[in-house]
Design a protein around this ligand. Structure first.
Ligand code: PLP
Length: 427
């Protein structure tokens, strides 16, 4: 790949890159690097693309969007989505705490994840989450027991592993037989019957999530058909399913990718469900990447240009601890200078200062740059900051949100003091 993604909210004008009306160079000058920059317009645009498909012609709702917040859990972003009317898909007690801090409601949250702890289940039951997406019988037993001790009924759905190939990277494919996720297709009916007998469990729905960065609609339709057949079978056994959660996973354009249009994608799935006679089902989408991925960039400063025998290195001040996707999945992110300079274009590997060979951000990139220039790593809004760490005792980057001409610091750069907080030497 070598082309640039199609972006909303980020534009290049006469060799200068902007987030909405604000130049990225100006943001780097004022707030320093590395620094994430998000566009409110891009966030809103992606949400509206889903939301448009969520209503019928007569205005009644046929689907809901629950943002998979592990993709980007900054409070300002959660707050924007919450005001737009999204729910959330959580995977930890910490994420529930974030939703509540951002002004969201527990009753708009579904709680996913294969390893929910007792403390997390208790927290979520007390807060009143809309549904637990359950992945095993031991988890059902645990939820039933805790709900019993609180004299509550826990609303649940079972996460089905539909065993379809999402044709994506093996590390982000979750719907195949040998993945750790979900209940094997052949065991689903039995597991519902077990749940049905539990006194403190209330069956609400069914769910699946087949993977991430999926660029084709067909694996979603295959998964839907398998799940819809289960709903019919459960109905005949006297178990009513009220909602169908089809997970997230829609891919984005990182440069040269051609994902389906979001509204077209959502309409196709919803029409498919209705065409099979399931008009009464409430449908839930759980998008993460497709809501935020192209709404953010990571700004980084060129520290050194280091020529080598076989490769030239562009050493920048962001690293794998700031953006893990390249080292973890060999993911491609387009990289552009935020202000064009008149120097000879050269082929570089763009790498960070962390002491790991895996610490690279882009390979074989032709860039016309000099030390001191600022680069924007594009499509970094999803699984960027939220996967960042303090490896090499590096403070985590600042996060900035641009709304038109307004620039908001939505997370201060971490300080060294904060990094050491909580640690103690042996007196
Ligand atoms: C990660 C995840 C999502 C979101 O996936 P994207 O590919 O970012 O859309 C949705 N549902 C579940 C259960 C997940 O684990």
């Amino acid at each position: 790949m070598s082309s640039l993604p199609q972006l909303i909210g980020f534009t290049e004008q006469h060799g200068q890159w902007f987030a909405e009306n604000v130049s990225l160079q100006a943001i780097a000058n004022e707030f320093g690097t590395p620094c994430y920059v998000y566009s409110k317009k891009a966030l809103t645009h992606a949400f509206s693309a889903y939301d448009k498909a969520c209503y019928r012609k007569d205005g009644t709702r046929r689907a809901r969007v629950h943002f998979a917040m592990k993709a980007n859990s900054n409070l300002a972003i959660l707050n924007i989505f919450s005001k737009l009317g999204t729910g959330f898909d959580l995977v930890s007690g910490g994420e529930l705490t974030r939703v509540l801090a951002a002004g969201g409601k527990a009753s708009d949250c579904v709680f996913s994840g294969v390893g929910k702890s007792r403390a997390e289940i208790t927290l979520a039951l007390k807060a009143g989450v809309k549904c637990f997406n359950v992945e095993s019988i031991p988890e059902l037993e645990r939820i039933n027991e805790i709900a019993g001790s609180l004299q509550l009924k826990a609303p649940i759905s079972l996460r089905v592993n539909p065993d379809v190939d999402a044709k994506t990277h093996p590390y982000i494919s979750t719907g195949l037989k040998d993945n750790k996720f979900g209940i094997s297709f052949g065991d689903v009916i039995h597991t519902y019957q077990v749940a049905h007998q539990m006194p403190n469990i209330q069956i609400l729905g069914i769910d699946c999530h087949i993977g991430s960065q999926i660029l084709d609609i067909s694996p979603f339709l295959d998964a839907l058909d398998r799940v819809l057949s289960l709903i019919s079978e459960l109905e005949s056994l006297g178990i009513t399913i009220h909602h169908l959660d089809i997970g997230g996973g829609l891919g984005i354009d990182y440069g040269g990718d051609t994902p389906p249009d979001i509204t077209y994608f959502a309409n196709t799935l919803l029409d498919h469900i209705e065409s099979k006679g399931f008009q009464q089902l409430e449908v839930i989408f759980e998008p993460g990447r497709s809501l935020v991925g192209n709404a953010g960039v990571l700004l980084t400063l060129v520290e050194y240009l280091k020529p080598g025998e076989t490769k030239n290195f562009c050493i920048v001040d962001a690293a794998m601890n700031d953006l893990m996707r390249p080292s973890m999945y060999e993911a491609y992110h387009a990289i552009v200078p935020v202000q064009s300079t008149h120097v000879e274009p050269t082929l570089y590997d763009v790498v960070g200062p962390v002491c790991e060979t895996g610490d690279w951000l882009g390979r074989d990139r032709t860039l016309a740059i000099q030390p001191g220039d600022v680069l924007a790593i594009l499509s970094a809004g999803a699984y960027g900051f939220s996967m960042s760490s303090n490896y090499n005792t590096r403070p985590r980057a600042a996060e900035i949100l641009v709304d038109g001409s307004l620039v908001h610091v939505v997370r201060e750069r971490e300080t060294f003091e904060q990094l050491l907080q909580g640690e103690k030497t042996l007196s």
